[in-house]
Write a protein that binds this ligand. Sequence first.
Ligand SMILES: *Cc1c(COP(=O)(O)O)cnc(C)c1O
Length: 354
Amino acid sequence: MIETLDIEITQTKESRLPQIDFANIPFGRVFSDHMLVAHYSGGKWSKTSILPYGNIPLSPASSMIHYGQSIFEGLKAFRTDGGETLIFRPWANWERMNQSAERMCMPQVPKEMFVEGMRQLVGLDRGWVPSNPDSALYIRPFLFATDAALGVRPSEEYIFMIITSPVGPYYNNPLHLKIETEYTRAAMGGVGSAKAAGNYGAAMYPAKMAQQQGIDQLIWTDAKEHKFLEEAGTMNMMCVIGDTLITPPLTSTILPGVTRDSFLTLAKDEGFKVEERRISTAEMIEAIEQGELKELFGVGTAATTAQVAKLTFEGNTYELPPIEGRVISNSIGEKLLRIKKGQEEDLHGWNTRF
Ligand SMILES: *Cc1c(COP(=O)(O)O)cnc(C)c1O
């Protein structure tokens, strides 16, 4: 049962929808007609509004700009063959946003504002949910600090917003990743498990260095020894060694991906062997050299199932097994996508339907 939420809606005078070529949309650059906005001050949330998408006024002293109290979420809505709209696991993203908020000393976002607000926003812009097979409406909820004060302390005022963007695939081709052993994304006790804005800015320089060598992205390793695989910064990493699906356990340095959780759940349902445990770089390279590494891939909302074709470690580049033969990632990845699109029974109650 979803609680009703009183939302003030101001509709756009002219939809931009007729100008959009859904067959050619770059990831995250085209935004739907409306956005949701709520203000927090004096210890409480204001009435939630849905407005035409547009710029927002901000003080140049806003503490988010200076000290980085800014967190976000990412999820997707899909169009079913019958024309319904499904949003995948919004409750999981709501919980995770509040965990990020707690870590960053920001206020909790009420469930009805997040989930019901999102349903109303996506409902109003339902024409923006793409129907082509590998597309979806990407939903970006975010929360940031707006106190106009330069003292370093938690802000007393915040804005919560949701914007949405029709998207195609994030990666178009199998990836070439590098295991990063010099730079660090997250250290124990830090904010790696929060979807905090600063994590992404900090990861750009090492990624850029690798991209200059033709590498797509990095697999981060632990900050202390650079010996154990962590995640890829926009997606969690999984591999199949022998017949076992393995992924690093959740710690304070790994973002608890909703896709990761969904993937592990479905793999267990299907009876595959699943282990959440540390994987060392030495184990990974040995498994590749002995032909025991069968699959390596990333999982995330934007990336979906992103296959890794090549892996670079300490100057050596390894060709990984052909993508077509990757039984676990291909079958679970497809099953997950079918559930998201309402083409397969949603046994875990993951979809909100309207
Ligand atoms: C968002 C994100 C992921 C993937 O999480 P999903 O909930 O599956 O989209 C993985 N790693 C990082 C650092 C992320 O920000």
